[in-house]
Ligand binder design. Structure first.
Ligand code: THU
Length: 157
């Protein structure tokens, strides 16, 4: 048996003002995208902004449904729309945040496991690392690739 340890490098920013311009502007698009959230059940308004290889940004927001499993997260709304509209472009980065009662959540709006798996597929299609920016009021966390938020990715058989 070998005892192993996994370490993850990531950047943490105390405020949006500290961030690199490209990351900040993508996160600003995610903040704006929360306005398109339809979340009458959870009242948790998530926004996502996907940056594509030609600079195009596609945004998405969570869409809930009275039949709960029929809804979809903001990240998958944005990623699927991006792939459907621009099948020949690759995803370079995604920014995610959420609001409650019109105010950005304190903690970063961590993507759920299913969205991480879909992001892994986007990275696989891109054949290049996809940057992941997760924002909250208290801090913003930036990962340089999907492995850093989804270690031991399942990438097919
Ligand atoms: N949600 C997202 O949009 N993204 C995530 O990664 C986690 C959860 C949404 C789904 C649902 O509309 C609400 O947040 C509460 O779970």
């Amino acid at each position: 048996m070998a005892q192993k340890r996994l370490t993850i490098d990531y950047q943490e920013y105390a405020s949006m003002a500290e961030m690199e311009e490209a990351d900040r502007s993508l996160l600003e698009r995610a903040v704006k995208a929360t306005e398109g959230s339809y979340a009458p059940y959870s009242k948790y308004n998530v926004g996502a902004a996907v940056l594509l290889s030609d600079g195009t940004v596609v945004t998405g927001a969570n869409q809930e449904n009275a039949a709960f499993p029929s809804g979809l997260c903001a990240e998958r709304t944005a990623l699927f729309a991006a792939h459907a509209q621009y099948p020949r472009l690759s995803v370079r980065a995604i920014a995610i945040t959420a609001c409650r009662g019109g105010r950005m959540v304190e903690e970063p709006a961590w993507p759920c496991g299913a969205c991480r798996q879909v992001l892994a597929e986007s990275q696989k299609r891109a054949e290049a690392p996809v940057r992941v920016i997760v924002g909250g009021l208290s801090r913003i966390v930036v990962f340089s690739c999907v492995e850093d938020i989804l270690p031991f990715i399942f990438n097919g058989l």
